[in-house]
Write a protein of this length. Structure first.
Length: 275
């Protein structure tokens, strides 16, 4: 099975230095790319982009959208991680798994470790040309972002039967805290599907009939609205129609057409903070 490489991270925060040279975290109301291909992101989204279009390429939640617990020591190093049932704790050489919550509590206290939930997304950015790989976005600072993103992801997957190739907007904006006596401002991220409820039902119907909908590439409203009423029509494409679909895939995903079943390598514990 083909694997897509991780080519960069999308962030809504960065570290700056004060006059004394000490680093401090700063939240942003726009997306910033890091990594060797950050320049490609800036070419596709010049300036301070607060909205980017993304596409998931797997219905496996671990590959596309998953939550976990993240533990950091006093120096910010990853000391452990867990899924709520199993916890992997750093023992000096490797992450050792355990399901004993009392052990986790004692270990956390003795090592000065703090835990927090973190949400990770992996996706392709169709607007980026010249390189084909997966981007990662992580958030942990604002629980409302985590809940909103996860709920929308789950809702679309339930209604359409898939999230693969459906275009989504990933948006960010800063909001003021509604808590009494607090004047904090923080970024909130949302996931917005670029597909109508009617076409989600169309998509679900075709999937239930066993149609290989992935042959259409990115599932725009225009493509879904133009689908034939019977899925059999998709299974008997003429050579000319197949060529047109191939050209559409290349428009959506650049010079390299997305191979069917493509996934990317994700290793447990191989995450970064979004600071």
């Amino acid at each position: 099975m083909s694997r897509l490489p991780l080519i960069g991270n999308i962030r809504i925060g960065e570290k700056r230095k004060n006059s004394a040279g000490k680093e401090y975290p700063v939240s942003l109301d726009y997306f910033k790319a890091t990594g060797d291909y950050a320049g490609k992101f800036e070419e596709a989204y010049p300036g301070q982009a607060s909205k980017i279009q993304i596409v998931f390429i797997s219905d496996d939640d671990f590959q596309s959208c998953y939550e976990e617990w993240d533990a950091r020591d006093g120096e910010g190093r990853r000391a452990g991680y867990g899924d709520g049932q199993t916890w992997w704790l750093w023992n000096g050489k490797d992450y050792e798994p355990t399901e004993d919550e009392e052990k986790v509590k004692k270990w956390s206290k003795s090592n000065g470790v703090k835990w927090k939930p973190i949400l990770t997304l992996h996706f392709v950015i169709p607007a980026i040309r010249g390189v084909f790989g997966c981007w990662r976005f992580q958030t942990s600072g604002d629980k409302s972002s985590m809940v909103a993103i996860r709920e929308m992801y789950d809702e679309i997957k339930a209604q359409a039967g898939t999230v693969v190739n459906i275009p989504f907007d990933l948006t960010v904006k800063k909001v003021k805290s509604q808590k009494p006596e607090q004047k904090s401002v923080f970024p909130v991220v949302n996931l917005v599907p670029n597909i109508s409820a009617e076409n989600m039902e169309v998509l679900r119907t075709f999937l239930m009939e066993g149609t290989n909908i992935k042959q259409l590439g990115m599932l725009t409203e225009e493509k879904l609205s133009a689908l034939p009423h019977k899925s059999d029509d998709l299974e008997t494409l003429s050579p000319k129609e197949e060529k047109i679909l191939e050209e559409e895939r290349r428009k959506d995903f650049g010079d390299q057409a997305l191979p069917e079943g493509t996934l990317f390598e994700v290793k447990p514990g191989d995450e970064e903070d979004d600071g």
